[in-house]
Design a binder for this molecule. Sequence first.
Ligand code: NIG
Ligand code: FE
Length: 403
Amino acid sequence: MKNLVLWRSARMSTLAGKSWGLIDHGALLVEGEHIVWVGPVSDMPDNLRQRVVAEHDLGPALITPGLVDCHSHLVYAGNRAHEAEMRLRGASYEDIAKAGGGIRSTVSDTRAATEQALFDDAAWRARRLMAEGVTTLEVKSGYGLSLEAETRCLRVARRLGRELPLSVKTTFLGAHAVPADYEGRPDDYIDAVCEWLPRLHAQGLVDAVDAFCDTVGFSTANTRRVFEAARALGLPIKLHAEQLSNMNGSAMAASLGAMSCDHLEHLCEADIELMRRSGTVAVLLPGAFYFLQETRVPPVAALRAAGVPMAVSTDHNPGSSPCLSLLLMASMACTLFRLTPLEAVRGITVNAALALGLRDRGQLAPGQRADFVAWSLDHPNELAYWFGHSAMLRTIRSGQAQP
Ligand code: NIG
Ligand code: FE
C-alpha cells in the first residue's frame, strides 16, 4: 500500500529523549495524521521508502515539533491598558483587584460581548500564536463567572478548535475571581461553580479544571472543593498557584494528582517534592512576571534538581500578560528565569504537551501527531535566542501543510 508522505529537510530537532535530538539530512514519514518514521534520509528503510506517494523537500529549513501553548485566557472582551498605566504610576495588581478592577472589569466587558465578537477576537489572537508555530493551544474560561457567560466562553474555545487548523484544549476556570454579584460570599460562589461544572461537562465543553488560589483569588480550602468536584467527574486539574503569595496550593493540587501548577514564583521546597511525586508539571509564565514587574523568580534550580518537568507558556490575558508570542516567552524564560535554551524549547513543546496530559505531541517520533514547523534557523537553540520576530517558514499540522 502506497500511503506515506515524505518530508525532508537539512536538519531536524526531534526533542525525543533528553537532548535536542538533531538529525542532519532528515526524513520524516507521515501516514495520515501521524509520524511513522524519522531519521537520516540515508537510513530510511526500503519497505517504507517504497510506500511513499508524495515527497516535500523543505530545503535548508530546521524542523521542530509544533509548539504547544499550555496556558492561555484567550477568550475575553476589552483590554486593561488603563490598569497597566495605573500600575506604572505605583498601584499594585492586588490594589486594583481589591478596588473592583482587575479580573472583574474584564468580566463586565466579556458578559456584555456577543459570542460572535468573542470568537472573532479570540480567533485573531489564536492566529497570531499560530503565526509563530503554535499547533496546540489551551484556552481557559474565567471571564464569564456566571453559568451562561462561562458556557459562552467555553463554546467559543471549542469553536476555535473546530474552525482553525489548531488543536484546542478547553479548561474551566470558574474559580478565577469572586464576581461582583457574589461580593463577600466566596463560599457561595464556589458552591455555584461546583454545581455548574457537571452541566458544562455534560455539554462536552470541559477538558480540564483550573482555579486561582491566591490572596486575590480563592483559599486553598475552596480551591480543593472545586478540584474534588472535578475529580468526581474524572476531569484533570491544573492550578494557578503561588503567583503572588505562598498558599501551598501546589501541595494540595499535587495531592489530588494535578497535571500542572502554574506561575509558582512563591513555591517552597517541600511542595516541589510533592509535585515531583505526583508527576505534576511546573508551568512557568515569564510574561506575567515581567508585566507585573515581579522580582521573585520561580525556584527553577530546585525544580530542575528535583526533576520536575518545566513548561513555558504565554498566559495570554488582558490583565497580567497581554502577550501573543510564545517564542518571546521562551527567550524570557532563559533571560529572566535562567532556563537553558533546551529547557525553554522543551517547555514550549514536549513538556507543555505533558502539562495538558498529551503524550502524542511535542516530539518528532513514531506514533506522534504529524504537527511540525519549518524554521529559517540553523539550530533549535535560536528559538529561545531571537526575540521580537519569528523565523517561522511553514507549519504542518495533522500532516497537512498550512497555507
Ligand atoms: O494567569 N492569576 C490569575 N489569572 C491571570 C490574570 C488574570 C487577569 O488579571 O485578568 C494570570 O495571570
Ligand atoms: Fe493564567
